[in-house]
Write a protein that binds this ligand. Sequence first.
Ligand code: HEC
Length: 121
Amino acid sequence: MSLRYSICYAVCIVGLSVCSAVCAKERSGAEIYENICSNCHENGDFDAPKLKDFSAWKPRLAKGKRVLYQSAFKGLGDNMPARNEYEGHLSNREIYDTVNYMVKKTVQYSSSHELVASNPN
Ligand code: HEC
């Protein structure tokens, strides 16, 4: 049992109601993307930047990842939901992992496709 879970169980025994949110097993960025974010980001619904569409992500990446994390925490514009608008609890770690997953997929895809053609260096 990891230290994190040991601490969680200790807290649960004490009877704090926050324990279920804290102890709930965290999902990977890929899982959360597939279950939640892909609803808009896979096909670009509501003009969401599509996964692997580097030109859609480029101006967003230029803002820096911290800004992207903030957008995922707080939402953006009319259609990008804040994390507390989803069913269930998305932890900080889950938000970071999911944004990282989306950025990594997009950058990897672009470097193996578009960028190679446009930028041989
Ligand atoms: C209901 C549709 C929808 C869902 C679900 C959704 N997004 Fe988005 N997302 C959008 C839209 C639309 C934008 C563009 C918003 C804008 O620029 O005004 C966006 C933009 C973003 C951006 C770029 C933010 C920026 O500052 O440029 C990130 C990062 C992002 N989404 C992450 C996520 C993550 C992570 C999830 C899942 C936890 C998710 N999105 C789920 C619609 C969605």
